[in-house]
Structure formats: C-alpha cells, structure tokens
Write a new protein. Sequence first.
Length: 173
Amino acid sequence: MANEKQSKIFRYKLNDDIMSSITHFAKIHQLDDRHTYKDAWTQWLAENQDCVEREVSRLQQLNYKGDVIDKMFKAGRYYFREKVDKKTTEKNDNPRDYIVMDQALIQAMDTHLQGLMNNNDFKPALAYNHFCEQHIDLLRKEIVRLLQQNITGEKLSAKLKKTYKNRYFNLQH
C-alpha cells in the first residue's frame, strides 16, 4: 500500500490562458471608472463563458472554496492593470526655485506679531495691513530684491502676505 502524500495548496493560481485574457481585458479598461469596468467585466464574462467555466471547474477540482469569478475580477481590477500615475504633467517639470525672504524682514514680522498676538481683537489679516504701514522702507527694500528674482505683481504681493501668515502660524504653535 503506497502512502500517497497530497500537498496542501495555499495559493490557488489562475491558469496562464485565463490570466493572459484577464490581463488583456484589464489593460484595455484600466482607465475606466468602477461602474464602467464592472459593466465591461459582465460582458467579458459572457463572451468568454467557456474559458471561464473551465477555470471554475479546474479550481473547484483542486478544492478551491472561494468564488472563482470574484477571484478573476479582483485579479484583473487590482493586480493586472497598469497603475497610472495621477500626477500628470499639470505641474511644470522643473521644480520651482524657492526664494528666501530677507532675514531682517522675517525678524520684523516676528517682532510685530509677538507684540499684537496677545490682543483680544487680533486678526492676522488686519495685523498684516498694520505691519505694511509701519515697515514701508523694509518692504520696499525686499520688493526691489524680489523684483530682481523675477517675482512680480500678484505673486510678489502674495509671497509677502503668505510669509507674514506663515510667521504667525509658526509663532502660534
């Protein structure tokens, strides 16, 4: 009496033929939203019914207890599709150069904020306007320097205001 050892299967793999067919389907529909993908999958199952039934039968003979069609769907939807990088070319390929603000301006902002932050009626937007009124010469000097760095118009104004608000945030925490 020969003692047959049957090894237990821990991972049931799909047949190479069905894998290539599912992979092909997944690549065609990789950009579809989930509803469109699901509709196309239902149609694909109907068109490939013979091949799918053979695979279901084969895995059931190997004692696979799960849902074979669900296994195929998940394989195609989550494993065989090429991942598309969602970071498209919306952004410029060259990272923008960060232009550091003048240290004297930053220190003036910090000092100004520290003097006003404890007031009950403190608001960063109003404090920024107050800062601009009090430090005209320092701001002019920084504006000239930023213009030399090719920062103009609204970007220049936004950079100054953002720097002030960032200083407020840093001092607050």
